[in-house]
Write a protein of this length. Structure first.
Length: 545
């Protein structure tokens, strides 16, 4: 038989917990009545900016504490005065409601909120810039986005302090990207403004060189940090411009009038000062400027009229020969012009012959016209096609004369004009590639050129005081050969349908060397000049089908 609870163990009448009447109940009875209510966790709405989730509070570490809530009702019962107890007995109890106390485990809340917002956190995204090959302009290609970090710990702390809340807002911290689109657009605008024709004039002359907008665009990069100069490209552009505008001094020389040598006086020149590079670099990167004048200096010739040798003492030392059958009219013009430019050039004793210095610049002002040249490893239209016919012939003359080779550059692949003497050729390019020979004969040398356009033949003769030596030149020794690739066909929309035009010719690759033996009073010596030709494919342009 159970023991009935005494009145002193019961809660005072009129007491409720979270609206549930617990008056007159024992502690255990009150806990049982509140059990269902305590088990039902409220729904919580979590907001992180535009994202919203609804979930049970228990997933956020929420739990009801019915025992603590009932204990509060028990304390209220024990603290009632005699008058209040009398009123309870006669049915005049004082109603009083106690909240259902809840608590939150902040660690659980933080973990859940971190999971919810984890995918929303992001590092800032920098804006990006690129050069558009279609519009030929720089543009902002990627917009920036801020970094975001949602503070789940702060939200959990706030919720734990107010467990009856039904909404939680997760605060977010944002910060800007290092490089924003607004800032980059300023760089883009400046970079595009720099793309303009830029001309330079040499002080004291009327010579002018001009860079095209695309050539200027090649001198810098537009990057997130601003305009970044390309130092190597700037120096190449400066060298290109000075190659056009410089007027090197011309040494005294001979000119052949028939078989008679006539002396031609020297001429002072004017060239760019090296210090002008810094001014050029500043000027070309200033969008407000479209031209500038470069400081110059006067240069004197190294061989004067008075120093020219007595022509009657000179004799033929060696002759170089080449043919240029099937050359275009433009190529023939350049062969004739270049041959005339070096005709009569004098190389002092112990001096050095420079083909480019004797030639002058390869420009329209110097009489050269457009034609096919080898550039970048292939045959393309360019100014001065045919000049290498003359440099090749000069190489053969001076090489056969036994003169020391100071600088010689090869073509990228075998060229039909220089056959069958494979390897006996020399490429020149203004500026950058020269042909140079030393004069070790003990006396001055004179070059003479004989060009026969009708027969498509060119001779370069070396005249001087013939040294006491014999020179034996051996044919090229082929070390290896590599077959050329299959032909390549490229559609040219400007050609009529069905038309095919060859624009480049196949050539096998070779590794070879040429050799000469020089015998004089000091003994016998042998030297080699090596050449490596790339294999090259034939290229055909075809009209659209």
């Amino acid at each position: 038989m159970g023991v009935a609870a005494s009145a002193g163990d019961r809660l005072a009448p009129g007491l409720t917990v979270a609206g549930v009447d617990v008056g007159g109940l024992t502690r255990d009875q009150a806990l049982a009545v509140l059990g269902d209510r305590a088990a039902a966790a409220p729904q919580i709405t979590v907001t992180a900016r535009e994202q919203t989730w609804t979930l049970g509070a228990d997933q956020l570490g929420w739990h009801a504490d019915a025992a603590t809530s009932v204990a509060a009702a028990e304390r209220a019962t024990a603290e009632r005065t005699l008058v209040q107890r009398v009123r309870d007995v006669i049915g005049q109890e004082q109603p009083q409601d106690f909240p259902l106390i809840a608590a939150v485990d902040a660690a659980v809340a933080r973990a859940t909120l971190s999971t919810l917002t984890g995918s929303l956190n992001a590092q800032p995204r920098n804006a990006a810039v690129a050069f558009d090959s279609k519009t030929l302009k720089y543009a902002v290609t990627v917009r920036d986005a801020p970094g975001r970090q949602y503070d789940a710990a702060a939200a959990a702390t706030i919720y734990a302090a107010a467990p009856t809340s039904t909404t939680i807002r997760v605060p977010v911290r944002e910060w800007k990207a290092q490089y924003t689109a607004d800032v980059l657009q300023g760089h883009v605008n400046r970079g595009n403004a720099l793309m303009r024709p830029f001309g330079v004039t040499l002080a004291g002359t009327t010579r002018k060189g001009v860079l095209t907008p695309l050539q200027v665009a090649n001198l810098y990069w537009v990057k997130p940090q601003g305009i970044v100069p390309d130092e190597a490209a700037l120096k190449r552009a400066f060298a290109l411009l000075t190659g056009f505008i410089d007027q090197p001094a011309r040494n005294a020389r001979f000119a052949f009038k028939g078989d008679k040598l006539v002396k031609v006086p020297e001429k002072a020149g004017r060239v760019t000062q090296q210090a002008a590079y810094a001014a050029f670099r500043t000027g070309v990167l200033d969008a407000d400027r479209t031209s500038m004048t470069l400081v110059s200096k006067k240069v004197s010739p190294t061989l004067t009229l008075a120093q020219l040798p007595d022509a009657s003492r000179l004799e033929l030392i060696h002759t170089g020969v080449s043919t240029y059958y099937n050359s275009s009219p433009e190529r023939r013009t350049n062969v004739a012009n270049a041959a005339a430019k070096i005709d009569g050039a004098v190389v002092p004793a112990e001096g050095t012959f420079s083909f480019l210095e004797s030639l002058g610049s390869i420009t329209a002002d110097n009489g050269f016209v457009g034609g096919l040249i080898i550039s970048g490893g292939r045959t393309v239209d360019g100014l001065g096609g045919g000049v290498c016919q003359v440099s090749t012939t000069a190489f053969r003359a001076m090489y056969g004369a036994g003169l020391p080779v100071v600088e010689r550059n090869q073509h990228s692949y075998r060229v039909g004009y220089y056959e069958p003497q494979v390897g006996f050729e020399a490429a020149v390019y203004d500026p950058g590639l020269d042909l140079k020979f030393g004069n070790d004969t003990g006396g001055p040398l004179i070059l003479r050129t004989i060009n026969d356009d009708a027969a498509s033949t060119l001779e370069v003769q070396v005249w001087g005081v013939k040294p006491q030596r014999t020179v034996t030149v051996s044919p090229a020794v082929i070390l290896s050969r590599k077959a050329h690739p299959p032909a390549k066909y490229v559609v040219n929309p400007n050609l009529r349908p069905g038309i095919t035009r060859q624009v480049d010719w196949a050539a096998d690759g070779y590794s070879l060397y040429i050799q000469r033996t020089i015998k004089d009073a000091s003994g016998v010596r042998t030297d080699r000049t090596s050449t490596v030709y790339k294999p090259w494919q034939a290229v055909y342009e075809v009209g659209p089908s």
